[in-house]
Design a protein around this ligand. Structure first.
Ligand SMILES: *Cc1c(COP(=O)(O)O)cnc(C)c1O
Length: 359
């Protein structure tokens, strides 16, 4: 039997991509904000109903750019329950991550615990909308306003998610997204940076392309965060399928919810938000139960992932270890089940039955 992984990149019909590749040959333009990258940016602005969006080379550099563009220093309050790139971007940019524990139900940073972590060195709150579930953006903004802090959202998982009808990318000073092959909508490698402020957007544009060029040379610091025409082509093709992809993910999620609801706990979703079903995390009663299920599925060629284990606050050898009980507990008991466009509903039912036979 074919192996089933936690995710599988969506691939549109090859001929649709090939048509764009022919355009690349016609244009003789491969990178540096070429016509396809510009077309993709315009279509994404329209699709997501946002302005001030930049297409970049990945979701990690998007975080680096956000920290750089806001000129952040000192301590940055962040979540221990995320992918390592969230923390690494803070450390790499010379700032100090200060971990604040999560809420056991929605799995996002707990705003009630943010204020006690604020010191005179705190400049920013950088948190993840984990598995695409929006943070309590209102509470976070209130704290930020009170203490004069910037807010960055790692919205790597949240492509297309809306909060009260508004794109989730509109919250905070900057939101970043990943368009990596494993994400809901992808361009192979890719990322987005969305800024609230026009001036910040302009600055991010310079940063993406080695800094501000002037006649006499370079006037500000930058990096290379541009993406290629080939990646943009993949994005243009895939964008036509996001509706179908979402529909299929919803069907898979509905089966998981129906069949597993009495035996595992689900992430509590923000009631004002839509869900893109980028992931399907389930929380078991104990780590032992999770390990039993994981192993049983592997014996049947089904490969789940422990997103996100272990907790970032207590596992990175280059940072001091901090024990935050909720994130440590959740990261031990949370498992992401396979969910992707090509997964059949029959296989989804089979995965549920295998899980139910184990717990
Ligand atoms: C995937 C991911 C990233 C990094 O995105 P890349 O495009 O792979 O660089 C950052 N944060 C989170 C939470 C992610 O899941």
């Amino acid at each position: 039997m074919d192996k089933i992984f936690v995710t599988k990149p969506f691939l549109a019909p090859r001929k649709e991509y090939d048509a764009y590749v022919s355009k690349i040959w016609d244009n003789q333009w491969l990178t540096n904000m070429g016509p396809l990258a510009v077309e993709l940016e315009n279509k994404l602005c329209e699709h997501l109903k946002v302005e001030n969006l930049l297409y970049v080379s990945n979701g990690t550099i998007a975080l680096h750019m956000a920290i750089k563009a806001l000129d952040l220093k000192g301590e940055i309050i962040t979540t221990p329950f995320s992918f390592v790139a969230t923390t690494n971007s803070i450390v790499w940019e010379g700032c100090t991550p200060v971990f604040v524990d999560i809420n056991a139900d929605n799995l996002n940073i707990n705003p009630a615990k943010i204020e006690e972590a604020i010191t005179d060195k705190t400049t920013t709150i950088l948190s993840t909308h984990i598995f695409g579930n929006p943070c309590d953006v209102e509470a976070i903004q209130k704290i930020a306003d009170k203490h004069n802090l910037k807010v960055i959202y790692d919205a790597a998982h949240a492509f297309g998610v809306k909060l009260n009808g508004k794109s989730i990318f509109e919250f905070g000073d900057i939101s970043t997204c990943s368009l990596h092959a494993t994400k809901f909508y992808h361009t192979g490698e890719g990322g987005l940076v969305i800024a609230k402020d026009k001036e910040v957007h302009k600055k991010l544009g310079y940063i993406r392309n080695h800094g501000l060029h002037e006649k006499e040379g370079f006037a500000s610091i930058g990096t290379n965060a541009k993406n290629s025409e080939f990646h943009a082509a993949l994005g243009l093709v895939n964008l036509n399928y996001v509706g179908e992809i979402l529909e299929k993910r919803q069907q898979i999620a509905a089966i998981y919810k129906l069949k597993l609801q009495d035996n595992v706990k689900f992430q509590t979703w923000n009631t004002d938000a839509s869900n893109n079903y980028c992931y399907f995390p389930v929380i078991f009663k104990t780590e032992q139960e999770l390990l039993r299920v994981k192993e049983h599925l592997e014996q049947n060629n089904i490969f789940t992932r422990r997103y996100f284990y272990p907790s970032l606050a207590s596992s990175l050898p280059y940072l001091p270890t901090i024990h935050l009980p909720i994130s440590e507990d959740i990261s031990k008991r949370c498992l992401c089940l396979p969910i992707y466009f090509d997964l059949s509903l029959k296989d989804t039912v089979r995965i549920c039955d295998l899980i139910l036979a184990t717990i």
